[in-house]
Design a protein around this ligand. Sequence first.
Ligand code: CA
Length: 230
Amino acid sequence: MGDSPTHRGLVLVVEDEQAIADLVRMYLRRDGFGVQVETNGDRALEAVAALKPVAVVLDIGIAGRNGIEVCQSMRAAGDWTPVLFVTARDDEVDRLLGLEIGADDYITKPFSPRELAARVRTVVRRAMGPRPEGRTLDIGGVRVDVDKRRVWAGGAEVTLTHTEFDLLTHLMRHPGQVLAREQLLSEVWGYAAATGTRTVDVHIAQLRGKLGDDSPIRTIRGVGYSAEAP
Ligand code: CA
């Protein structure tokens, strides 16, 4: 795991052929995603619940629950994280289309990893909604100019690191919503929660120090953080 934040979020890759998993990981990381690989269906479901990835790349032919069953379990639990299926045979495609199991896209082996990464970008972008442009975010005394990446607290400009900026804007884009540490790690850093949620706490503390009394960040004990007017 590198030190620099992977700004597009964490992708869970469920694939039991290691050569393919390695290739997919390399291309997704190059595109700015964090990547967690699981090789069987039961572990995949646990990882979806624990790590809250921004997308799942799901091979159908895996041990334990197969890819289709994994997706069905997610949807039954109300989890609509984008799922991109990887199929090995045409009859699997027929099953996917026939079952209406809530796939967001699929790709057939052998595939170009570049093409797969492009499709992951697309489903993630679609799921996140349109990117606001020319937009400022205001909560209490804090103002963020998203495009220029500038921040003011109480009228004075504050200098933030890239990670602090991404964390603050992510919280301010979901005002009043409680975001779990695991969720912030996945969505802002692109890390799996296994790497330690203390990272989030440390960055929140730094951010609060810089924003001072105007900080809109509230701690929700035992859960995570939210941004709301003081
Ligand atoms: Ca397989």
